[in-house]
Design a protein around this ligand. Structure first.
Ligand SMILES: *Cc1c(COP(=O)(O)O)cnc(C)c1O
Length: 458
């Protein structure tokens, strides 16, 4: 091979990245290249493409972790080769997963935290599927035992995240999505009675509604299900989708009863990679007690000469995220989680105050009492601009602030939402508020495109 083809200039010195052969034309779009390339050059060019993604710390749409410390990054890199499913080959990784499950069962007040079951997943979506499957299996067993029809299961919920729509479609369950009431941020207990029946496998309550960031009143939902059982005999379990709230409420709202303290709560899912502070790719599902996970759903894999029960949709899965989750538990402890989340809540509350003071907005969720976030609507539909216009303007400064209509909501209310999470400082929130003010001025003076007004000359 000629020297230049290996990315080396005459004399064996490496080519400059941007003078190397690979950088002489666009990277492959459709076909794998025939030749190898210098990893240094390939790395630089791929990384350069990714700069188009923007800065994740300005992505205020996501609940997911966008900041990690050096030690977390090291653990991720050092465990690149660990497969979560190889319990026999990597028994200590398996042990760490079990410790995380026990720690979460304890944090969420399982009456039998040391012995109950749970598992890591790729995120809350997989965890929700597993929680939903356990509900479906248990409902079917009850129906069969009673000699009743078990062909038309339904799941009752409010404005759930799309993973529950997937669960319903993939596993053939009718999703009974209760419409949002005017001004409500989620499902309300009094709405349950009209939707729950003998085919209801469970109710999903959300601790941190994706669209509004508020908590649904889980204790109220549980009490209503108790009352329904009292009046009708229907015993409907509650699953809590605590994707975000499961790692906020225990630290910042410890008095709030949303977890296994409520007997009605059969299972909980949470995203380790959201307010759990772990890197992307880890979620958790935990059952109140081991008997609530049907044996039929459990598969066994080899483990230290014996076997270990597993419940998962995937087989191979990276171990680094679970290991790093454990590192976060060890490093931060309850004190550290409380401090990190409380700082985010304080920042969200301050930002909510700023946003309320800007004039055109009505706060839907003011950043306190639930997730560290703010959600709001445009008060006057005749304002001359929409929230989508504001999202566009903010994007010119790199901010990603989403606008979207609320799900099943009669008048298609459009909301905007800002999430504050680990790594988003008070300073960053203040910069966002300044840019919002500037954008509002531009929008209300009609310079929507902004081209002429902000054109500049050399
Ligand atoms: C993010 C989210 C999910 C999905 O979680 P992933 O971890 O992204 O799979 C489910 N439910 C709620 C309420 C969420 O916020």
């Amino acid at each position: 091979m000629a020297p230049h083809e290996a990315g080396r200039a005459a004399g064996g010195r490496p080519d400059d990245v941007y003078a190397a052969p690979l950088s002489g034309e666009p990277l492959p779009r459709y076909r794998m290249p025939d030749r190898e390339a210098d990893p240094r050059v390939a790395y630089a060019l791929v990384r350069d493409e990714l700069s188009l993604d923007g800065d994740s710390s300005q992505n205020l749409a996501t609940f997911c972790t966008t900041w990690a410390d050096e030690e977390a990054r090291r653990l991720m890199a050092e465990n690149l080769d660990k497969n979560m499913i190889d319990k026999d080959e990597y028994p200590q990784t398996a042990e760490i997963e079990s410790r995380c499950v026990r720690i979460l069962a304890d944090l969420w007040h399982s009456p039998d935290a040391r012995n109950t079951v749970g598992c890591s997943t790729t995120g809350s979506s997989e965890a929700a599927m597993l929680g939903g499957l356990a509900l479906k299996w248990r409902w079917r067993e009850r129906r069969r035992a009673a000699g009743a029809d078990a062909s038309r299961p339904n799941l009752v919920c409010g404005p759930v995240q799309i993973c529950w729509e997937k669960f319903a479609r993939y596993f053939d369950v009718e999703l009974r999505r209760v419409p949002l009431e005017q001004g409500a941020t989620g499902l309300r207990p009094h709405q349950l009675r009209g939707h729950v029946d003998e085919n209801t496998i469970g109710v999903v309550g959300i601790l941190g509604v994706t669209y509004t960031c508020d908590y649904e009143p889980i204790a109220g939902l549980a009490a209503e299900l108790d009352a329904i059982q009292h009046d009708t005999g229907l015993d409907v379990p509650l699953h809590v989708d605590a994707a975000s709230g499961g790692f906020v409420a225990p630290f910042c709202q410890p008095g709030l009863e949303w977890d296994f303290r409520l007997e009605r709560v059969a299972s909980i899912n949470a995203s380790g990679h959201k307010y759990g502070l772990a890197p992307l790719g880890v979620g958790w599902a935990v059952w109140r007690t081991a008997d609530l996970l049907p044996e039929d759903l459990v598969f066994r894999v080899d483990y230290l000469g014996g076997d270990m029960p597993t419940f998962a949709l995937n087989f191979s899965r990276p171990g680094g995220e679970v290991i790093t989750q454990y590192y976060d538990f060890v490093r931060l402890g309850r004190e550290g989680y409380r401090k990190v989340q409380q700082r985010c809540l304080d920042t969200a509350e301050a930002l909510a105050g700023e946003i309320a003071g800007m004039g055109p907005f009505t706060l839907l969720y003011p950043g306190t009492g639930a997730l560290p976030a703010v959600s709001y609507t445009l008060t006057d539909p005749g304002a001359g601009f929409t929230l989508y216009d504001l999202s566009d303007r903010l994007r010119t400064r790199g901010w990603q602030v989403p606008s979207y209509p609320l799900p099943p909501d009669r008048d298609r209310t459009v909301v905007q939402r800002v999430l504050i999470r680990h790594g988003i400082s008070a300073d960053k929130a203040a910069l966002l508020a300044e840019d919002m003010r500037r954008s509002l001025e531009e929008l209300s003076s009609g310079a929507r495109g902004g081209g002429e007004r902000i054109g500049f000359h050399h």
